[in-house]
Design a protein around this ligand. Structure first.
Ligand SMILES: [Zn+2]
Length: 88
């Protein structure tokens, strides 16, 4: 069964403003009057179903921040922290 990825704050809001669509995040604040999301071309990989790509682009700390938010607000969704590697 495919689990819907959680929504969470990402684009600068304090409330969940990022939604996963086919593995990429869309900004829920950017939609037309019909509620259609604009494709802004951010190309932000979803940290849940596109985790490897997200980590490549944004790093483990950004990922863990999202995980900690989701664990607090959406406890039914299972996700795990990743190890933050120190830069050498
Ligand atoms: Zn996703």
């Amino acid at each position: 069964m495919k689990q819907q990825c959680p929504e969470f704050p990402f684009f600068g809001a304090r409330y969940p403003d990022a939604r996963c669509v086919d593995g990429y995040l869309f900004d829920l604040d950017d939609c037309d009057s019909n509620g259609n999301l604009y494709d802004l071309g951010y190309d932000v990989p979803c940290p849940f179903c596109n985790k490897e790509k997200f980590l490549e682009s944004y790093g483990a700390e950004a990922y863990n921040e999202i995980v900690s938010w989701v664990k607090e607000h959406d406890p039914d969704y299972e996700c795990e922290y990743v190890e933050v590697k120190e830069e050498e």
